[in-house]
Each structure stands twice: as structure tokens, then as C-alpha cells.
Design a protein around this ligand. Structure first.
Ligand SMILES: *Cc1c(COP(=O)(O)O)cnc(C)c1O
Length: 365
């Protein structure tokens, strides 16, 4: 039986990538050792990391005046590093509140500055993104932070906030792209800083990726720990301390897999088709399945849905597992089900899920 893993993260990786890592595990390209055993200062590993960075730059079209950093501490540490580095003497930052991940970023930022909620989707109970006409962006804020895809709520921005047209660098746009990076094209030049934990669309857990415009470096608040200063990492090519070498190697294999498969634009087309297949099955189920998210703001990556009778949840999950469809249980705060269908989920996996959903609903309607 083919197994499909719908976990929100750590998440499915491309089978080809895992096979390549397996083939190279004991002897990386004739070096006689595993990537895990290599010095990070040696030419082999330095080549691996440089190639990973070059491939990511090509995939995302990262402009030359941006640094690409491979960090640790997950997206969570970025919640703190962003105010520490980007306040630049200001005392306030703008945050857009679209759900649970925004709230975590906001709570951490409040330790360092005053947070102005520039927009919130509380009125829709976080089932949509706030209409840009209602945003209240403060000119006194050091930056504006938003979450491009809310992994738990299944709400995704299909557009980039227009304040990013402000390219003077005064109010840079900061985005948590943990769960949709590389799933659709983004114009990096519209952002001051982009960050993502690796374990959803990049590679294994343990790496956090940050892409930051160079003029934002070098302004860390007094007292910022060395390891939390972006400039330290930028100046050292992400090798100030020992980087998470194996995770970066795996991320590099994923970037090469993306390039072989047509890059981010081709991935977006596949992601649109996958998401449509699943949403059509939900919406066409005569109410047996329901997704609460507004049509225009539905995530292509994380698709939450409920059964019309929650008493059937256990049977649904058990039957799914028996069919090789794993990790469909919704987040504990959201309940119901959630199917995460990142880049590495093949359309065959979504088709198998949809077939199972139809079969489960039949006779129970
Ligand atoms: C998973 C996730 C995080 C947290 O990532 P960690 O690497 O576990 O810190 C933050 N933001 C979003 C949008 C996420 O999906």
C-alpha cells in the first residue's frame, strides 16, 4: 500500500530526495564519508551550502542586495530576532493578526516593543484575510509583519500587502512564510525580510531560512546576544557557529528537485490543481464535509475540514489510516481534520484522499 503523509510539519519530503540522501548517506560523492561527518569548514561541505544558497536564489529570484541566512531555532526564534534587529531605534511595529501563528509572533514582539495591530481577521473568526481597505498602517512603525499562510486556520494571502510599494526602506514588509514558501512565486524585492522554518516546504526540521535586505543589517538593539544578530550570521555566510549541516544539505537536495521539476511557477500550477481537487470534494459533498474558510482566502497548503457529525471523526481517521492516509487529524485548537498538501505531496495522494472521503461519506450521508 502506498502511504501518503498529510502532516502539517515536519512534513512529507520528495521520495526522490530521500532516495538520493539514502544513496549518499555513507559516502557523499566519493568523499568516503557522510555529509554529517564533514567539517563545515571543508571544501566539500562549503560547496554543498554554497550550491544550496545559489539554487534558492535562482528559485526565488532573490535580488543581489539580499542575504540568505541558514539559521537555527525555527520560526519561533525569528519572532524575537525580528524586533531585536529591525526596530532600529523605533519603539513600535505593525502586525497583522490572521490567526494562531500571527498571535505567536505578536506575543513575542510585545516583549520588545509596542505592537500596533494594523489589521485583524477576528471579525470573521479568522476564516479570511482582512480587507486591505481596513488596514491601519502606522508611519511610526519600524516594520509590518504578516503571516502569508496560517498553517492551522488554513487561510492564505493571495496578494502581497500594497504598502510594500514603500521601497524607501522606512516600513519594510516582514513575512512569515513557514508554510507556503516556494509553493507560489513571490517578488522578494517587495519584502524587507522573509523567514521560514524548514520543516514544511524546505527540508527536515532544524533549519530556519531568513532572506533579508542588506540595509536592514547592522542595527541590532544594544544587548542583543551575538547569535541573534543577523549581521553576525550574514558576515560569516551562516557559519558563525556550526550550522545544521545535514539539514542544509537536505534542503539543497529539495531545491535541486524543485529546479528539475520546473521551479516555483510549475509547482504553483500543481498546487492549484491539488487544492482544487480537495476543495471540490469538500464543497461537493452536500455538507458532509465542510471547510470554514472564505473561498478567496483558502490555503493551497493546509486544508482544514470538519465532518457534519464530529462523532464520526474517529471512524474517519481510523479508516484513513487503513488506507495509508496518515496524519489527517486537525490541530488540537481547531479540531476536525486538516490535510497538509505541500510541494512534496503528489496529486496521487490528494486523489487517494478524495476517493476515500467519497467512499466514507457514501452510506453515512
Ligand atoms: C510551523 C510554523 C511556525 C513555527 O515553526 P518552528 O520552526 O516550529 O518554530 C511558525 N509560523 C508558521 C506559519 C508555521 O507554519
Amino acid at each position: 500500500m502506498t502511504i501518503y503523509n498529510f502532516s502539517a510539519g515536519p512534513a512529507v519530503l520528495p521520495k526522490e530526495v530521500l532516495q538520493q540522501a539514502q544513496a549518499e548517506l555513507l559516502d557523499w560523492q566519493g568523499s568516503g564519508m557522510s555529509v554529517m561527518e564533514m567539517s563545515h569548514r571543508g571544501p566539500e561541505y562549503m560547496g554543498i551550502q554554497a550550491q544550496a544558497e545559489a539554487d534558492l536564489r535562482e528559485l526565488m529570484g532573490v535580488p543581489a542586495n539580499y542575504k540568505v541566512l541558514f539559521l537555527q531555532g525555527g520560526a519561533h526564534l525569528q519572532f524575537a530576532m525580528i524586533p531585536l534587529n529591525l526596530l532600529r531605534g523605533k519603539t513600535q511595529a505593525d502586525y497583522v493578526d490572521t490567526g494562531l501563528w500571527s498571535k505567536k509572533a505578536i506575543a513575542e514582539a510585545k516583549k520588545f516593543c509596542q505592537v500596533n495591530i494594523a489589521a485583524s481577521s477576528a471579525a470573521s473568526n479568522f476564516t479570511s484575510v482582512p480587507d486591505v481597505a481596513d488596514w491601519c498602517i502606522s508611519p511610526d512603525s519600524a516594520y509590518l509583519h504578516y503571516t502569508t499562510n496560517e498553517t492551522i486556520g488554513g487561510v492564505e494571502f493571495g496578494w502581497v500587502p500594497p504598502m510594500s510599494d514603500n521601497v524607501s526602506g522606512d516600513v519594510p514588509l516582514v513575512a512569515d512564510m513557514s508554510s507556503n514558501i516556494l509553493s507560489r512565486p513571490y517578488d522578494v524585492s517587495k519584502f524587507g525580510l522573509i523567514y521560514a522554518g524548514a520543516q514544511k516546504n524546505i527540508g527536515p526540521a532544524g533549519v530556519a531560512l531568513t532572506i533579508v535586505r542588506e540595509d536592514l543589517l547592522g542595527h541590532a538593539a544594544a544587548g542583543t546576544p551575538t547569535m541573534l544578530d543577523y549581521k553576525i550570521h550574514a558576515d560569516a555566510d551562516s557559519m558563525y557557529n556550526t550550522p545544521p549541516t545535514y539539514g542544509i544539505y537536505m534542503a539543497g537536495l529539495v531545491f535541486q528537485w524543485l529546479k528539475r521539476n520546473g521551479g516555483v511557477a510549475a509547482m504553483e500550477q500543481k498546487n492549484i490543481a491539488k487544492a482544487k481537487l480537495l476543495y471540490d470534494a469538500i464543497d461537493g459533498s452536500d455538507g458532509f464535509y465542510r471547510c470554514p474558510v472564505a473561498l478567496a482566502d483558502r490555503s493551497r497548503m493546509n486544508i482544514p475540514f470538519t465532518l457534519k457529525d464530529a462523532a464520526l471523526d474517529g471512524a474517519f481517521l481510523k479508516g484513513a489510516e487503513q488506507n495509508g492516509l496518515l496524519q489527517l487529524k486537525g490541530h488540537k485548537l481547531a479540531g476536525g481534520m486538516r490535510a497538509s498538501i505541500y510541494n512534496a505531496m503528489p496529486i496521487e495522494g490528494v486523489q487517494a484522499l478524495v476517493d476515500y472521503m467519497r467512499q466514507f461519506a457514501a452510506g453515512r450521508g
